[in-house]
Design a protein around this ligand. Sequence first.
Ligand SMILES: *[C@@H]1O[C@H](CO)[C@@H](O)[C@H](O)[C@H]1NC(C)=O
Length: 467
Amino acid sequence: MAITSEQADTKPQQPTSNSSSSSSPPNPFKFWFFLTLSVSLITPLFISLSSLSPQDSKSWFLSLPTSLRQHYSNGRIIKVQITPNQPTIEVFTLQEGPVSSLDNVLILHGLGCSSYSFSKISKTLGLKGVRVIAVDLPGSGFSEKSSVVVEDIGGGVLGRVWEIYYDVKEKGIFWGFDQLVEQGYIDFEEKEAVRVTKREVTREIVLGSDEMGRVLRQVIDSMGLVNVDLVLHDSAFTLGANWVLENSGSVRSVTILDGTPKVTALPLWVLDVPVVREVVLGFKFVFESVIARFCSRSVGGMDVEANRIFLKSRNGRKSVVGMGKSLNYSLDLAEWGSSDSVKGLPMQVIWSSVWSEEWTEEGRRVAKALPQATFVTHSGGRWPQEDKADELAKTIYQFVSSLPKPVQKVVEDPIAGHIHKMFDESQNGAHHHHHDHAQGVGEGHAHGHDHAAGYVNAYGLNDGWGK
Ligand SMILES: *[C@@H]1O[C@H](CO)[C@@H](O)[C@H](O)[C@H]1NC(C)=O
């Protein structure tokens, strides 16, 4: 019995240990070998596909097609502060038409395209005597796409972990125990004043509604655009709607160009999902077919390729994706249009009538939500097409030139009045409540500063930022 059981035990053991000793050592080796091999094969493929990191801006610029470089040289860079207490960023603006014109059109493009898509429309409008400014939104086109932000690492759980890590690294593992024994707790607080709890990080620029407002205010002020006619394309409408609501006094009219809060023309997931985004941005023909499917029908010219180039450069893709995520898709058009400050504004909706059934249907909904708007259709796509530029320019021109001309007058008046009013209010408050005094004056001052700042800060001279 004992022998047979031993034999029975050893017999099956023998082959298994044999087979495992003969085949298992190569197994992990094979596994790691293949993993290393595939990673080393796939990584360069991905790097070459994405190639989102050109060496430096100069060589990137020199590698651009001539028409894009020409576009750049026709424009002008202005400094805009999009976040309080952070450095200004460079915003590219294209200007066409006579500066003395009484019609000032400001064009803002939707996510994924740039002022380049509007260069022909701008030129045509300029030739008709309209002053046009087309802006590359921060994160798009030639505008800056990333900024160096100073981050606090002191706050949050991670910051805390870092602090403890640094403390332990500095003073040794036993320092904490010593403290525990001496005081009953570990005194990390004391260290905070001494250590640098801030660091600089490069981040892609993501414009939300507030940041968009600051861009609008500072572009308008630095360019001296009195009574501006806004042309808001695609998602630029959703981004700018809030600012229009709060600053309708600076606006003469609003033109919505194929824009609805519900969707962006370019589906932003194609720029977000790994591998898909590399393929879409990596291959010209893939990008072109995506644009042809969702945005515009003119394929082949630089007007499509330019967008791919901009999205590929630096943090272009990340910026656009980030902005798409922060859009207010539930913005209520009817509520916006019927609000006291907006309902009196001359408004025009220009809509593609040839794109798709759904898009035409969406246009009807937009027109219904904004009964005060003139509704005009066009025969291009949801992004401006080079071959339809004249048509769009004509529609914009007819609308803008029909509006009452502003009386040329000193602009500072209403703003100065506003500051005085704010200041008076705050002083009135001071007589009644001591606590309100400090708060009121503080607010009044901040407001006055904001408005006054708009006229200076375009030159990057102070830290004010208009809203
Ligand atoms: C989005 O729009 C809705 C409707 O207009 C509004 O109530 C809401 O406050 C907006 N959300 C943000 C984050 O602005």
